[in-house]
Design a protein around this ligand. Structure first.
Ligand code: G4P
Ligand code: NA
Ligand code: NA
Length: 194
């Protein structure tokens, strides 16, 4: 997605060989126009998939998911990372290990919102080692729902998340695929360094 790549080049910052900072439009300040275009892109990619629900993870997955839900006219559920006062019974939960934080956290959704009748699109802001996406896929499976695919805003294609998802035979659509972040330069897959 050209607009997104331009935004990454113009406003993103490679903090190291592995971490891209995009606080100016995705992870802290949010660009609503860009999120709307991202929503249209995911909606057009998955419009023939019979999606009934979108599942994401708080917090940065919510903005692109809501815009996609608006386009596809389906509800959006975000899995919670912390225990909620009101989300106490009939939960589906999965453990997600973070390589960056070196800790395992439990993500949960209420069983009220995804059922075996649903076809679910999983969306997240970043795909790195894939643990969050695999956790979300696990929740969809616990609900007995069908997985239409995974939509990612920014995939770090040099990490293993993409292959872990595709190994499961699940469709993966990433709007920007980063091949490398070395020396502060963002290189997209199949393109030269910008
Ligand atoms: P890992 O597999 O590389 O160990 O990372 P992990 O999925 O555990 O991700 C930890 C957090 O860091 C996630 O956000 C994830 O989206 C984010 N993340 C991973 N790689 C990058 C990166 O290169 N740049 C940025 N900006 N974020 C990255 P989170 O903690 O769930 O935060 P949020 O959703 O509340 O914003
Ligand atoms: Na994040
Ligand atoms: Na995230």
């Amino acid at each position: 997605m050209e607009l997104l790549k331009q935004k990454i080049v113009n406003e993103g910052k490679a903090l190291s060989d592995t971490v891209l900072k995009v606080d100016r439009f995705l992870n802290h300040q949010i660009d609503p126009q860009l999120m709307q275009e991202i929503g249209k892109e995911f909606a057009s990619l998955f419009q023939e998939s019979g999606i009934t629900k979108i599942l994401t993870l708080e917090s940065s997955g919510i903005a692109p998911s809501v815009m996609t839900g608006l386009q596809l006219d389906v509800p959006v559920i975000f899995a919670r990372k912390r225990k909620s006062l009101t989300l106490v019974e009939n939960l589906y939960s999965a453990n997600v290990y973070s390589f960056t934080k070196q800790e395992t956290s439990e993500i949960s959704i209420s069983s009220d919102f995804i059922t075996s009748e649903d076809t679910v699109l999983v969306i997240d802001d970043f795909l790195a080692n894939g643990q969050a996406a695999l956790g979300l896929i696990d929740l969809v499976k616990q609900a007995g729902a069908k997985i239409a695919g995974v939509g990612i805003v920014i995939e770090k294609a040099f990490q293993e998340g993409g292959s872990l998802i595709e190994e499961q035979g699940i469709r993966l659509e990433s709007l920007a695929k980063i091949a490398s972040l070395s020396k502060g330069n963002v290189t997209f897959e199949e393109e030269e360094t910008i």
